[in-house]
Design a protein around this ligand. Structure first.
Ligand SMILES: [Zn+2]
Length: 302
């Protein structure tokens, strides 16, 4: 599971799960329609990934996108109650932002003819509300240290280190003029770095293809990579979204700017994927979080 409530943040929402998926999807769709791709961010401008102001735990999966939709520079978020715990308060009139998590319910599987019914686990999406530290006053929080933008050399070193340290990696070859992942040969192919307009674009592309490679059966075994997927199908669209988001999470981890302009056809295909399946963005973001964790060698239990 990707999105658990942070300590001190009691889940409030008990919305009908499907409606909640639709609500999350609508926020992402609205942003795409306004021409803003929520996962393409200038991470190198020292914008840290969102985390809880009290526990310092990072928000994960689709919450990274939801919290990134706001105008705030501060990456720290907290609940109404946590603001009080820190000796401050949310400013009157400030609007909260929703974050989601899954709660697991145990249910008996009532298969006919079974004397000992098995229990199955059903994930139900829930939400709670948080505020950005900039929406509060009087908080006992240290000021954010602006360390400045990492130099291009530092960003390249970090990105290379991430690629080189990926556990159980695919074969990576640099040639040709197209980037893709070939599951049958477990090979990522990307053009040489000199063929890209920026180094950031090269690494964002490489992370995208490495994202696909995490779906190989010897890694996370995703249907979108190992199944029979047809170009333009819903599964194809979702796997592309997983790779996009994986790239975004990896770029954020090493400070690579992935604000590559998205072509109208890409935006249309994402919109189609999201609008055809209200669960697509939440599930794709969860799978992407796992994929990025895999590439980074982070082993987080569900
Ligand atoms: Zn792709």
């Amino acid at each position: 599971m990707q999105c658990k409530p942070h300590s001190g943040a009691a889940p409030r929402g008990a919305a009908v799960s499907r409606n909640l998926y639709e609500l999350v999807t609508q926020k992402i769709v609205d942003s795409l329609k306004e021409g803003v791709v929520p996962w393409r961010k200038p991470w190198r401008t020292n914008r840290s990934l969102p985390s809880n102001a009290v526990t310092s735990k990072p928000y994960r999966g689709v919450n990274v996108l939801l919290l990134g939709l706001g105008p705030y520079e501060d990456h720290r978020w907290l609940t109404f109650r946590q603001a009080k715990e820190l000796g401050g308060k949310v400013r009157p009139g400030e609007k909260s932002t929703m974050v989601v998590f899954w709660k697991y319910w145990q249910k008996e599987d009532e298969a006919e003819g079974s004397d000992s019914p098995k229990r199955k686990t059903i994930p139900v999406l829930k939400y709670f509300n948080v505020f950005n530290a900039e929406q509060c006053e009087g908080l006992a929080l240290a000021p954010i240290l602006h360390t400045g933008t990492a130099s291009p050399d530092d960003r390249i070193r970090s990105a290379e280190a991430l690629i080189c340290s990926m556990p159980n990696p695919p074969f990576i070859e640099e040639r040709g003029d197209q980037a893709f992942y070939l599951p049958s040969e477990d090979t990522v192919r990307v053009p040489k770095i000199s063929r890209f307009d920026t180094v950031d674009h090269y690494y964002a592309t490489t992370f995208h293809e490495l994202g696909h490679s995490t779906g190989h059966e010897k890694r996370l075994n995703r249907k979108g990579v190992m199944g029979k997927i047809h170009f333009g199908s819903e599964d194809y669209g979702r796997e592309e979204l997983v790779a996009e988001l994986t790239s975004s999470f990896c770029c954020a981890a090493v400070g690579i700017d992935n604000t590559i302009p998205a072509s109208a056809s890409y935006v249309d295909s994402w919109l189609q994927s999201l609008q055809n399946d209200p669960k697509a963005v939440v599930i794709a973001a969860a799978q992407a979080q796992k994929a990025a964790d895999y590439i980074r060698g982070i082993d987080l239990a569900d």
